[in-house]
Design a binder for this molecule. Structure first.
Ligand code: PEP
Ligand code: MN
Length: 338
């Protein structure tokens, strides 16, 4: 349920209203706008008397929110959420690019890629230390050592780092990680999501291979309901009948998720396409469609990569793509202003 407050509401009246709601076990989320403020009500609102609420002096209107996700809902929080990370932000009309290898392989590899993608304009560095692999015989990542090398790359370049957590037992290793990624296969590990909700650092939540928008938003809700509002949604391709590409990039996810939610939405064109030659087109389409950013796999030697080399851009191709993305982003901003 949301309560829209009158433009001129007195502090005293507002306190009275919030106390009354809290007494009934309702928790509140307040969004102060320039002209209008909105109070989002979370909890069992079924017993609240809407008519009583509507009669209050400071109340303009009361609306029931049908969707089961509340904290993540744009109705609760009409303005875009903008998440600060290091010297940059994600959300609110900016274009934030996260780039780096699928997996951290060596100090030389991660620092070479980090310096290169930084020079091309990427704002964050990605790299997997714990890798979810379909085969138990495939390279599983350097694990603790991988995190250590990412921190070295962060020290060398100043780029904030993004890396994936697969299990709660790994959490203590993530203290200095800037953004914790929850992968597609882990999207519904609810115990993990609840614990990540107790942190304040940003969580990059990837959509599962066969999950709906609502399921993705409910997973975000798990994190937010525990107190962490810094959630970044990521569409990374879904399973369809098409097998030519690794997955099918669902471009609709961008306008739909941004309509349903205030959270930033980014696109992973690499895991969607599964082939480097399709990554530039999908990246440009995502920015044109209003995505807040991209997470792109880039490798210094894709042919010898230990994981996902086929879909990794070379550092040179990434540099070229960044120039094209700037053009697309400027055009997209101009269209919005029109
Ligand atoms: C990744 O980003 O390295 C990854 C494994 O992604 P996803 O969870 O989307 O498959
Ligand atoms: Mn990968």
């Amino acid at each position: 349920m949301i309560v829209i407050l009158k433009e001129k509401s007195e502090e005293r009246q507002l306190n009275h209203l919030t106390e009354w709601l809290k007494e009934q076990g309702i928790s509140l989320h307040m969004t102060k706008g320039l002209h209008q403020s909105i109070l989002g009500l979370i909890g069992d609102t079924s017993k609240l008397d809407i008519n009583l609420l509507k009669q209050m002096d400071i109340v303009e209107d009361v609306k029931r929110v049908q969707e089961p996700f509340k904290n993540a809902n744009r109705k609760f929080h009409p303005l875009d959420t903008v998440i600060p990370i290091g010297n940059t932000v994600i959300g609110g009309g900016s274009m934030t690019v996260i780039a780096g290898p699928c997996s951290v392989e060596s100090e030389e590899q991660i620092i070479t890629v980090a310096e290169s993608v930084k020079g091309s304009g990427a704002q964050l560095l990605r790299g997997g230390a714990f890798k979810p692999r379909t085969s138990p015989y495939a390279f599983q990542g350097l694990r603790n050592e991988g995190i250590r090398l990412l921190l070295e790359a962060k020290k060398a370049t100043g780029l904030p780092i993004v890396t994936e957590i697969m299990d709660l037992s790994q959490l203590e290793l993530f203290d200095e990680v800037d953004v914790i990624q929850v992968g597609a296969r882990t999207m519904q590990n609810f115990e993990l999501l609840k614990q990540l909700g107790h942190l304040s650092k940003p969580i990059l939540l990837k959509r599962g291979l066969a999950n709906t928008y609502q399921e993705l938003l409910m997973s975000a809700e798990y994190i937010m309901a525990s107190g962490n509002e810094n959630v970044i949604l990521c569409e990374r391709g879904i399973r369809t009948f098409e097998t030519y590409t690794r997955n099918t990039l669902d471009i609709s996810a961008i306008p739909v998720l941004k309509n349903l939610s205030h959270l930033p939405v980014i696109i992973d064109p690499s895991h969607a396409a599964g082939a480097a030659r399709f990554v530039p087109s999908l990246s440009m389409a995502a920015i044109a469609a209003g995505a807040d950013g991209l997470i792109i796999e880039v490798h210094n030697d894709p042919q010898h990569a230990l994981c996902d080399g086929v879909q990794s851009l070379t550092m040179e191709d990434f540099e070229k793509l960044m120039k094209h993305l700037t053009v697309i982003k400027n055009a997209q901003t101009a269209c919005l202003e029109d």
